[in-house]
Design a binder for this molecule. Sequence first.
Ligand SMILES: [Zn+2]
Ligand SMILES: [Zn+2]
Length: 136
Amino acid sequence: MEVRSCRSCGKLYNYLGRTTPVCPNCMKLLEEKFQVVKEYIRDNPGANIQKVSDATEVSVKIIKQWVREERLSFAEGSGVGLECESCGANILTGRFCANCKGKVMQDINGILESNKPKPVEQKKQKDSAKMRFLDN
Ligand SMILES: [Zn+2]
Ligand SMILES: [Zn+2]
């Protein structure tokens, strides 16, 4: 187990991977905030990200992160201010537009396919990396 200091309050806590970016206490607070934001967006479907942030006192950065994680989504035309990470098109949730999402999934599958059948080569690469490390 790994002990880290919380990015939000600075307290030490048991880090269990990416599902615990902050301490359990802050996770709980953040989760409560998430519900507030979610309800606000539901009640004010036309609100943009800045307005939601002002109204709920949750930073734009955190709201955007939730949107990127597809936990939140904004209504069409609310100007959420998110762009597809691939082509820059305006999107309402996630990281990519529907178009690019399809492409990215294909790419990922392609990469997985090409990596699969070569366990021997992967081992070689590891060894040479080790050699370089020793040379330094
Ligand atoms: Zn904390
Ligand atoms: Zn795109």
